[in-house]
Write a new protein. Sequence first.
Length: 95
Amino acid sequence: MTQKKSVEVVVGQQRLSLRTDRDPEHVQSVAETVNERLGEILPFGQPISHQVLLLLAMTLAEDMMAAQGELGTLKGEVRQRSRALLAQLEREFPV
């Protein structure tokens, strides 16, 4: 079992102390990504409302869904090319 570590991050001017089994550098990277996206939505120093957080969640979810779609497309292409390559190998080197 992995031991949980305490990691402190700042997200949207809020200091958060998290207990996680993730690498602290990864957690910091996630916090930086959230802060970057938050900065695209809201000027620095502005108070963060629930509506802003919901908008941030929606934009991050949209990015995630787009990435999942791209991954699915790439997996399909790899599968198709692998089958074509296998068929070509089987034609050229029959068993």
